[in-house]
Design a protein around this ligand. Structure first.
Ligand code: HEM
Length: 458
């Protein structure tokens, strides 16, 4: 996956002379579209294209612009007239810190990307191969045949352990990875609640859920402080992301501050764990729901490995397994909503967008759109065979986004997800057990509600 170059469309008009996008239908006086968005955000976002390529939404007194076509999401992500901003990012910033790469803009963001990028380059990924292999196999080896596995905690564990062990190497990582798992799971749940139901002071009351959230958030920051302090005390400088952060300089050539180092570690670990964990849950769900594809993955892996445990070097030969991962990410994208803020009066899709406007779009809606995909709701990994993949409109499948905010971790993520899928499908078939709820849970990311599976040895 490549970063497309910026190709500005000549507006032809001054933005001021253009008209505003149409107001989406179905708003309720006073509340606008807020109630529908809160009640069923996925269905709401998926229907917006019927109202226009860009539409205005009223969320109480606030106007938000929703982009509904693949090409305009590409134009939005590639344009310098929009920056990271909006309610999603403000909530993240308030909880996770203001100085990390995910929420920074402008020169600070460019400098921070330069610092972290080497750890995620395609040629850096093989260095993580042994850890990815070990963790992918450890995941399946921990399970006893016939036991019920709670996919939420299992997926979180493997995602956090791979991110932490690869990017912040250290022997101390095992115990810390467990604490990170527990803290992140609670923090993400609470964060989404605070975003969609902004009750402000009520979240400061000493109620049990607030106390649990605050403890988890405090522990997340504490673990990060411990990791940084221990690395410093060790005097070691392994070739990893943490060393790159500790040695980073600001634009004046001075070492970056403690707060920035801390926020950077948080800003990399948190999206890194939550997105991968959600995708592993969806993969487990798809393997259970589509045993024919699980069997095909097993056959492919065995044709490549000849029966030995799958290894990192096998990943690039596993085409079908890769396509199962991509198709899972299409139908169940971890990142289902993204926001931007206009930095100037500008134009998008022939409409006027005023400076300061919040723009939103949903990869979930874009990736399920019947105008882009035949049988759009069908799980069909073969649609990613090269001859068929050409039919997919540009920007209709960009799970890692494009442009200067594109996820740095696309290669790192695809390698581990393909390896984990291969390890899972060769060892087990999966069956849902009573009490499992595979409905979609909408949070900061999307994943199955509470998936409980029984692994049946092959
Ligand atoms: C399935 C896996 C993943 C998916 C689908 C995913 C998706 C995304 C997307 C869509 C963005 C762009 C957000 C925007 O445009 O507003 C992003 C940004 C980011 N992701 Fe990922 N991500 C994944 C895994 C990871 C991992 C494993 C890490 C780190 C270990 C990571 C670190 C980041 C960071 C630091 C950013 C902010 C980049 C910036 O603003 O310059 N992601 N991710």
């Amino acid at each position: 996956m490549t970063v497309e170059s910026v190709k500005p469309e000549a507006p032809g008009h001054e933005a001021a002379q253009l008209c505003e996008p149409p107001l989406a239908g179905g708003g309720v006086p006073g509340l606008g579209h807020g109630l529908k968005l809160v009640r069923d955000p996925l269905a709401f976002m998926a229907r917006l294209r019927e109202h226009g390529d860009i539409v205005r939404l009223k969320l109480g007194p606030k106007t938000v612009y929703a982009v509904t076509t693949p090409d305009l999401t590409g134009a939005l992500a590639l344009s310098t007239d929009f920056k990271i901003g909006g309610p999603l990012w403000e909530s993240l910033e308030g909880l996770l810190g203001k100085e990390g790469v995910a929420t920074a803009n402008g020169p600070r963001h460019r400098r921070q990307r330069r610092t972290i990028q080497p750890a995620f380059r395609l040629d850096a990924t093989p260095g993580y191969g042994p850890v990815m292999e070990e963790e992918a196999h450890a995941l399946t080896e921990r399970w006893q045949p016939g036991e019920t596995i709670d996919c939420t905690s299992e997926s979180f564990r493997v995602a956090v352990r791979i991110a932490a062990r690869c990017l912040l190497r250290g022997d101390y990582m095992d115990e810390r990875a467990e604490r990170l798992c527990a803290a992140l799971a609670t923090v993400f749940r609470g964060m989404y609640r605070r975003m969609v139901v902004p009750l402000g002071p009520l979240y400061r009351l000493p109620l049990p859920p607030n106390r649990k959230f605050n403890r988890a958030l405090a522990d997340l920051h504490l673990v990060v402080d411990e990791i940084v302090a221990e690395r410093r005390a060790s005097g070691q400088k392994p070739d990893d992301l943490l060393t790159a952060l500790l040695e980073a300089k600001d634009d004046n050539g001075d070492p970056i501050g403690e707060q920035e180092i801390h926020d950077q570690v948080v800003a990399i670990l948190t999206p890194g764990s939550e997105t991968v964990a959600s995708t592993v849950m969806s993969l487990l769900h798809m393997l259970a729901e589509h045993p024919e594809h699980a069997d095909k993955v097993k056959a492919e892996v065995e044709s490549v490995t000849g029966g030995r445990p799958v290894a990192f070097d096998d990943v690039r030969k596993l085409r079908h397994t890769h396509n199962v991962v991509v198709e899972t990410m299409r139908l169940h994208p971890a990142v289902w909503i993204l926001t931007r803020r206009a930095v100037t009066d500008t134009e998008l899709g022939g409409y006027r967008i005023p400076a300061g406007a919040d723009i939103v779009y949903s990869p979930y809606a874009i990736q399920r759109d019947p105008l882009s995909y035949g049988h759009s709701l069908e799980f069909d990994p073969d649609r990613w065979l090269p001859e068929r993949a050409e039919e997919v409109p540009k920007y209709a499948m960009r799970p890692f986004s494009v442009g200067n905010r594109k996820c740095p971790s696309d290669h790192f993520s695809m390698a581990q997800l393909t390896l984990i899928t291969a390890a899972l499908a060769t060892k087990y078939r999966f069956e849902q057990v009573p009490g499992s709820n595979d409905g979609t849970r909408v949070g900061v990311t999307l994943h199955p509600y509470r998936l409980l599976l029984r692994p049946v040895p092959r």
